[in-house]
Design a protein around this ligand. Sequence first.
Ligand code: F6R
Length: 251
Amino acid sequence: TEVIIVKNEREAGDIYGRSVADLIKTKPNAVLGLATGSSPLAAYQSLARIVHSEHIDVSQVRGFALDEYLGLPLDHPQSYHSTIHRTVVEPLGLNPDLVHVPGDVLDGAPLSDGERIAAAGPAYDKAIEEAGGIDVQILGIGTDGHVGFNEPGSSLASGTRVKTLVEQTRIDNARFFDDDINKVPTHCITQGIGTILKARHLVLLAFGSGKAEAVAETVEGGVSAFCPASALQMHPHATIIVDEEAASRLR
Ligand code: F6R
């Protein structure tokens, strides 16, 4: 695992932006793995700046998001479908038909629709495979070491599947739902750790002292389901980009 320590999110974003822009120049239909959350925002902005200033053709670029809530209609402002469109598809000018989010086929299906919901995960993994796999997967990390919605205890071999959200994550995310935990979905669909490990290049971004413990555990701890992000140690091409605060617990 390669660790790069940068001054700020902007510098981290520029490293991602440059490398993905160069990838798209050599592979116009590159497959990008996309994350929501705050950590990748500067990276998407940097990529958008480069794409526009260098007039890079992104019309064939494909995308697969990491995760989605269950039970929200796609056009709900807090669905990850909406978020990915707002933060990635629109600023970059991607073809929305080529960008997929795990819950797309469900569009707010009720939890009682068990069969349909259970089929969505394997279908998503199949779609990624049929696209030839993900070229670059961008990742954030939770303070507890989660990646995607793979909370501690998740199988390191898991594929895309439905999970229940842990209480802490629902409390953390209540700010996006009128500070009302009852409005936060109870379930999600997320790429598994096994799915994430199949991407050819992983880029994990972490900023701020709140992430320091999780970053140290990810880079220097044992590989363990207690810290799902530690699975990155098993990947042949993983890059972890952190600021000094997030790096402060590294030895
Ligand atoms: C996002 C995701 C989450 C976040 C993580 C960090 O799609 O799956 O795992 O990456 O919770 O969130 P931020 O970047 O907001 O600190």
